[in-house]
Write a protein that binds this ligand. Structure first.
Ligand SMILES: [Zn+2]
Length: 80
């Protein structure tokens, strides 16, 4: 193997390591968002309504979990 090849391989594995690290960081953020979604302060009106046995209501029972999930989706795209 020539010196040039070694240099190339070194850069290649360094790039792979950086890509892996970046992927891990994105994975961490996704996990953080999931925790926020499931945290007590986020009261999803739809889940509450379901928990009450899905009664007839005029109240807004829009599921707000999707707001969190759409951010997760954007991050998933960055992982590739
Ligand atoms: Zn929800």
């Amino acid at each position: 193997m020539t010196q040039r090849d070694e240099g190339h391989n070194y850069r290649d594995s360094k790039n792979k390591a950086q890509a892996y690290e970046r992927k891990q960081k994105i994975e961490d953020i996704i996990e953080d968002i999931r925790e926020l979604r499931d945290a007590d302060f986020h009261v999803c009106k739809h889940s509450e309504w379901q928990a009450k046995g899905e009664p007839e209501t005029d109240e807004d029972i829009t599921c707000t979990c999707g707001e969190f999930d759409s951010v997760i989706d954007k991050l998933e795209e960055l992982k590739v």
